[in-house]
Design a protein around this ligand. Structure first.
Ligand code: ADP
Ligand code: MG
Length: 387
């Protein structure tokens, strides 16, 4: 689960990480009042769960109340398109009004769970404000790394090594160690998956400050943090993932164009692999689960059909607890309701497979039958390419 910048900064503040004074606002009037209270110059920042706001006009430096009003009016209720949002952008529903800072240097500091080492990795770079993926691609030597020993936590010498590596002045090393240590403590205690401060700035006054905060949590640990769970913003989440959660379906949206409807997480993973092996890209991971009924299958099918990126649907079911006839009924029901706008490839095996095939055949739906998984994947990829 990801949270907004202003929520991330509130969390950081509680751990003693220095952040600018600011206020989240939902209306223009609130924003003008906040700007007047904070004083000028201040910054009006669009709050969406996507980066690249600065370059897209989502961060505005304002010098007086009239400019603050104009900036708030220009952002609130309107879509902001950044290179991370996709062409449709995201509607800005809240803004952060924050003190304007006089920036001497922009640095990068990020913590992430590194699955390869099973530890938290700390990354720092002098290339602040630039996306770290870009730095990693073009100048990997500019990324400093430390790995946190889970038994010891971030050691002071590691934080010092990062501070020196960033070229900080001698008198900034102490504060930098304090900053990094507080951020690491926040990361561990809040069960974060990602905490990225980009930029971490050195002010004209030589103070260090987190100017941006991108924080995400491990969903599987959220039960330990009811107060963090409250920060969820459904408006920022994929509506299909929200809908899937309502029906207790395991659904994760991906970048491809082949919608996959599968039962069992293992088979779902294998299906994604085989679609890739056949030269395609899955549009999603979807496990309808063992105990699915026709209603749940129909809900899953509707979710796939609602995705404009989907060019073909590949149903790959092994009928065990979920019988093939039940699955077929769900598919037919949803296709009748929503209309089947894309080619549908079905591979079914297992309990009641003959009855399932009969239901599909009798439905009059235009279905491409597959002999096995690989055949199904190939047919889905070919159908998507034609569509
Ligand atoms: P994003 O990463 O989405 O572009 P940031 O919060 O990193 O958004 O802001 C983009 C840039 O805007 C920063 O790199 C910084 O130069 C400037 N900026 C952001 N907040 C402030 C602030 N409070 N005072 C002065 N400049 C700011
Ligand atoms: Mg940023």
């Amino acid at each position: 689960m990801n949270i907004h910048e202003h929520q991330g900064k509130d969390l950081l503040r509680r751990y003693g990480v220095a952040v600018p004074d600011g206020q989240a606002c939902f209306t223009v009037e609130e924003a003008v009042a906040a700007a007047t209270r904070l004083g000028f110059p201040c910054v009006v920042k669009a709050q969406i769960h996507a980066g690249g706001r600065g370059k897209a006009g989502g961060v505005k430096l304002v010098k007086d109340a009239a400019a603050a009003r104009a900036a708030a009016e220009g952002l609130l209720g309107k879509p902001l398109v950044t290179h991370q949002t996709g062409p449709e952008g995201r509607i800005v529903r809240r803004i952060l009004v924050e003190q304007g800072c006089r920036i001497a240097r922009e640095l990068y500091l990020g913590l992430v769970v590194d699955r390869a080492s099973g530890r938290i990795a700390v990354m720092a770079s002098t290339e602040g404000g630039v996306e770290i993926e870009e730095v990693a691609a073009h100048a990997p030597e500019k990324i400093l790394r430390e790995s946190i020993d889970p038994a010891l936590g971030l050691a002071a010498y590691q934080a010092r090594r990062l501070a020196f590596g960033l070229g900080l002045a001698k008198e900034q090393v102490g504060p930098a160690v304090g900053f990094t240590t507080a951020l690491a403590r926040c990361f561990v205690e809040s069960d974060c998956a990602l905490a990225e401060i980009n930029p971490l700035v050195v002010l004209d006054s030589q103070k260090l400050l987190a100017l941006d905060a991108k924080i995400g949590f491990d969903d599987n640990a959220l039960f330990r943090h009811p107060e963090l769970r409250e920060l969820r913003d459904p408006a920022e989440e994929d509506p299909r993932e929200t809908e899937a959660a309502k029906h207790e379906l395991s659904y994760i949206a991906l970048d491809g164009n082949i919608g996959c409807l599968v039962n069992g997480a293992g088979l779902a993973m294998a299906t994604m692999d085989i679609v890739k092996a056949a030269g395609g890209m899955p549009a999603n991971f979807l496990d309808v689960g063992g105990g699915a009924d026709a209603k749940k299958v129909a809900a899953a099918f509707r979710i796939l059909l609602s995705d404009a990126a989907v060019r073909a649907i590949f149903v790959n079911i092994f009928g065990g607890i979920l019988r093939c006839d039940v699955l077929a009924e769900g598919v037919v029901q949803a296709a009748r309701e929503v209309g089947l706008g894309v080619p549908l490839v079905v591979r079914m095996e297992g309990t009641n497979v003959e009855r399932g095939k009969q239901i599909l055949a009798d439905s009059g739906l235009d279905i491409i039958a597959a002999a096995d998984m690989l055949d199904g994947a190939r047919k889905a990829v070919a159908a998507a390419a034609r569509a």
